[in-house]
Structures are given as structure tokens and as C-alpha cells.
Ligand binder design. Structure first.
Ligand SMILES: [Zn+2]
Length: 297
């Protein structure tokens, strides 16, 4: 089985996995606990999440390493375990994946370059350290995600590209403004993202979180207006969050998400999966629709 980009070049539409964060909470991860520490303290639970997405029909699964840079881990006194926790994350997903793919998840550091919180070199080194751990554990690609700052995204891409042999993917998170345009929290539009991320070396770009699949269609269309060829991945939330009784939940059902899959394929998405609130049931439905949309005849 070739790497992910080869599959896309052959014209395949691929299915990714769904949420990890909300899934870990369901399994008992407490607020204030370090999710990545579970890779060594609760490996069975993490493996179970990974397996449930493979069982649902995903072609690729992520790793439990979203907050795996030293800047996130230092809050739990774990900054000296970056390599080990990321390697463990990738090994667990690799174990579950079999001949499917593993995307090593890399989230934002929480440090803001523009505010002088951190230097470019420090960010680059932090992403390099994480990416090397993920590669050592068997990740096929480094999935840089939920980015809102283009500079941080660029440094993460360069660090992964220059220090691993993995394919390097990057998605940003956009919200819809009152005038109906998409902007990241730092004011970046999908159009502005495209060229910058490709120049930095991204093999695939796209969007995750912030929107349900309905608005992701508009984001994919905007990306495709700028670049017809770059592979595009979407990890959509299960709709927009609803706050009730002090809790956040994501209301979109698997069927409601899946019904829009043909439209997002038509818009130009190559890989479709879920973010916050999506479950193995969502991914199972997406799989069914992708298969019936793309199967010959
Ligand atoms: Zn999300």
C-alpha cells in the first residue's frame, strides 16, 4: 500500500477518523489531566479509540498527541518526555491501524510569536522534537492542525519536513464572520493560507474544527479557487456547538453529516473525517457515502 499522497494521486477519496478529545473525556479523562500522558498510563483506552475508528472504516487514524509539544507538556511537568509520549502515541495508533495510515497529530503550542511569547527558533525546535517522536513511533504523516497563526503553521511544517521522512499535512481552523467570510482567529483567510503553506512545504492542506461539514464546503471551494491540485483534507465538527446545562455538545447526527459528503467531494476535498463531537458512527456513515459516491457504476 502506497503512501497517502499516492492514493490521492490515483483519484481515491479517503476517509479519516473522528474526534479524540471528546472521546478521551468520555473514557474518563478529567479536566486538568494531560491527555498525552494517557499514552503511557492508559494505553488500552487510547488503543481502543484508535481501533474503533479503524473498525468504523477509516483509511487513516490520528494519534493522541495534539498537545504533545514541550510548551503544552511543561504545564504538567512533562516537558522532558516529549519524544517518549509522542512515540508512544504513534505506536498505539500504528498498532491499531494495521495496513491503514497513521497521522501524527500536532496542535498549536499556545505561544504567540507576535506577542513575543516565544522565538521562531524555539517553536521550530519544539515542533522538530515532537515530529521526530511521532516518526519514531511509526507515523506516516505529520498532521499539523487547528492552526490559526500562519507563522506558527509555517514553522511546524518546516520542522516536520526538514527533520522527518513523513508526509506533512497542515489544516487551519476558520470561523465564519458575520459577513459570511471565513477567517482564522488571527485573521487569516483560506485563500491567504494556500500559497503560504504550500511554499513552506505542506503536501496537503485543509481545514479542521470550527465548523460543521456544511460550512466546510465553502472553505474547500475557496481553497480550490486558489489551487486546483493541492490535496485537501477536511476534519469537520459534528455541527456547531450547543451549550446546555453548562456543557458543550455537538448536535449533528452521523446521517446529517454524511448527507453532505457528496457535496464536499464535488467541491474538491480528497480526505474527509471529523473533529469535535464526531464519533465512530459518524465515520462509519461517511465511509458508506464515500463508497457509494465513488464506486464505479
Ligand atoms: Zn475540533
Amino acid at each position: 500500500m502506497g503512501k497517502i499522497l499516492d492514493q490521492i494521486k490515483k483519484g481515491k477519496i479517503l476517509v479519516s477518523d473522528g474526534a479524540w478529545g471528546t472521546f478521551l473525556q468520555k473514557k474518563g479523562l478529567l479536566l486538568g489531566e494531560c491527555p498525552e500522558e494517557w499514552n503511557v498510563t492508559h494505553p488500552g483506552e487510547v488503543l481502543d479509540i484508535a481501533r474503533s475508528y479503524i473498525d468504523a472504516g477509516a483509511d487513516m487514524i490520528e494519534t493522541n498527541s495534539f498537545g504533545g509539544t514541550r510548551f503544552k507538556l511543561e504545564k504538567y511537568g512533562l516537558a522532558n518526555q516529549v519524544f517518549e509520549l509522542n512515540k508512544a502515541a504513534a505506536e498505539l495508533s500504528r498498532n491499531a491501524a494495521g495496513d491503514k495510515f497513521v497521522l501524527g497529530s500536532v496542535g498549536p503550542t499556545g505561544k504567540i510569536l507576535m506577542m513575543g511569547d516565544v522565538t521562531e527558533e524555539e517553536l521550530y525546535e519544539a515542533f522538530k522534537e515532537q515530529a521526530k517522536g511521532l516518526e519514531a513511533g511509526g507515523a506516516d504523516a505529520i498532521m499539523i492542525e487547528t492552526m490559526t497563526d500562519l507563522e506558527e503553521a509555517k514553522l511546524a511544517i518546516r520542522a516536520a519536513k526538514e527533520n522527518t521522512r513523513c508526509e506533512v499535512f497542515c489544516t487551519m481552523t476558520f470561523e465564519k464572520t458575520v459577513s459570511g467570510e471565513f477567517r482564522s482567529m488571527m485573521g487569516i483567510s483560506p485563500t491567504e493560507m494556500v500559497e503560504t503553506l504550500i511554499d513552506a512545504g505542506a503536501d496537503l492542506i485543509g481545514a479542521n474544527c470550527g465548523n460543521g461539514i456544511a460550512d466546510m464546503i465553502g472553505i474547500v471551494e475557496e481553497i480550490r479557487k486558489t489551487d486546483k491540485n493541492i490535496p485537501v483534507l477536511v476534519h469537520a465538527n459534528a455541527g456547531m456547538p450547543v451549550y446546555r446545562d453548562g456543557e458543550t455538545f455537538f448536535p449533528e447526527t452521523p446521517g446529517e453529516m454524511a448527507v453532505l459528503v457528496p457535496k464536499i467531494i464535488a467541491a474538491g476535498a480528497n480526505i474527509i473525517g471529523g473533529c469535535c463531537g464526531t464519533t465512530p458512527d459518524h465515520i462509519c456513515k461517511v465511509r458508506e457515502v464515500v463508497d457509494s459516491t465513488t464506486s464505479p457504476g
